[in-house]
Design a protein around this ligand. Structure first.
Ligand code: NAD
Length: 306
């Protein structure tokens, strides 16, 4: 089978001066795309900015290898300026990889408002701003692909990352709604929860694990999801070191209580194991409409008091 290519496509990769973003940018350029290499050039915690070297080096490497790329040094909070760079340099935008990120890890009791706000601004608002600026172009051309970068910390929670996990799971909520709103115009949006060796994880994982977590093992999934042949939309993938999996929601069959004065905390307490029982008839709802309220209300009518 011939390899998937991106000739004629214009890709915006945020935070592409290093880590995962750098390998995405290099890959798309090697497969024929023109790439905007965005990076603010700050530290891991978002302090300091304006080190343009990181993005410049990636652009120079891409051009030296025969590819097409331009640098952009704006913060993702100015997503419109990043998309404007794509339009000015290449005349269009087809793919947005929302990848830029920082960490402000602290236990919740020590977390400041600034630690909270900065993380929401870079991850959540930054992804929103870039997607928002690209959206009108995607709609006009009837084509667009967005990747939002979630995290296992958001999916499962992680000690010391209340700010980061809130932003990262919010990004998947954002993905699921953009997927619905964009579908008719061939705009697809998916989330990834990667695990890879980078400056962000170099102090978190032991060296023997880091050795297996090459960021390039995230690229095939991201590139596939951004290809015009890919119909995937609104999904969340957890991946790293060559492992790729897809996540979904699971809802227990649950319990229907008679909704009268007999429905008390005590009745919940009695049924809590059954409420949380996934062993039979659990569902995997994929939309807000997948609750049979009419059926549940009918069932409730037949119940005796709790
Ligand atoms: P990284 O620190 O190597 O790369 C992040 C890049 O984003 C940096 O080059 C940084 O300068 C840039 N950046 C930060 N703030 C920016 C801003 N406001 N505007 C533009 N650029 C900005 O980290 P990474 O591991 O490559 O992380 C990439 C993404 O993957 C992040 O969103 C991160 O949260 C997510 N992630 C990574 C892992 C992992 O295991 N590495 C796990 C889960 C999620």
């Amino acid at each position: 089978m011939s390899e998937l290519r991106f000739d004629g496509r214009v890709v915006v990769v945020t935070g592409a001066g290093g880590g995962l973003g750098k390998v995405y940018a290099q890959f798309f350029a090697s497969r024929g795309a023109s790439v905007v290499v965005n990076d603010l050039g700050g530290s891991r915690t978002g302090d300091g900015a304006g080190n343009h070297k990181a993005a410049d080096i990636v652009v120079n490497e891409i051009i030296a290898a025969g590819g097409k790329a331009v640098a952009n040094f704006d913060s993702v909070e100015d997503g419109d300026k990043i998309v404007a760079t794509a339009i000015k340099a290449f005349g269009r935008v087809d793919i947005v990889i929302n990848n830029a990120g920082i960490l402000r890890d602290k236990s919740f009791s020590r977390m400041t408002d600034e630690d909270w706000d900065l993380i929401q601004r870079v991850h959540l608002r930054g992804s929103y701003k870039v997607a928002k600026a690209a959206w009108e172009h995607f709609q006009k051309q009837g084509y667009g692909r967005i990747i939002n970068t979630s995290s296992a910390a958001g999916i499962y929670g992680n000690f010391g990352q209340a700010n980061y996990s809130a932003a990262k799971l919010a990004l998947h909520g954002f993905t699921q709604t953009l997927a619905r709103e964009g579908a008719k115009k061939n705009i697809h949006c998916n989330s990834i929860a990667p695990i890879a060796a980078s400056r962000m994880t170099e102090t978190v994982f032991p060296p023997e694990l880091l050795a297996h977590l090459n960021p390039s093992f995230i690229v095939p999934v991201v590139a596939y999801l951004c290809h015009e042949s890919c119909a995937e939309n609104g999904s969340l993938f957890e991946l790293g070191a060559g492992f790729v999996s897809k996540l979904r929601w699971e809802r227990s069959k649950g319990v229907v209580f008679k909704a009268d004065a007999s429905f008390t905390p005590g009745s919940v307490s009695k049924q809590i194991s059954k409420i949380g029982d996934f062993s039979s008839d659990a569902q995997h709802p994929a939309s807000i409409a997948e609750v049979d309220w009419v059926g549940l209300l009918e069932e409730a009518k037949t119940l005796k008091s709790n």
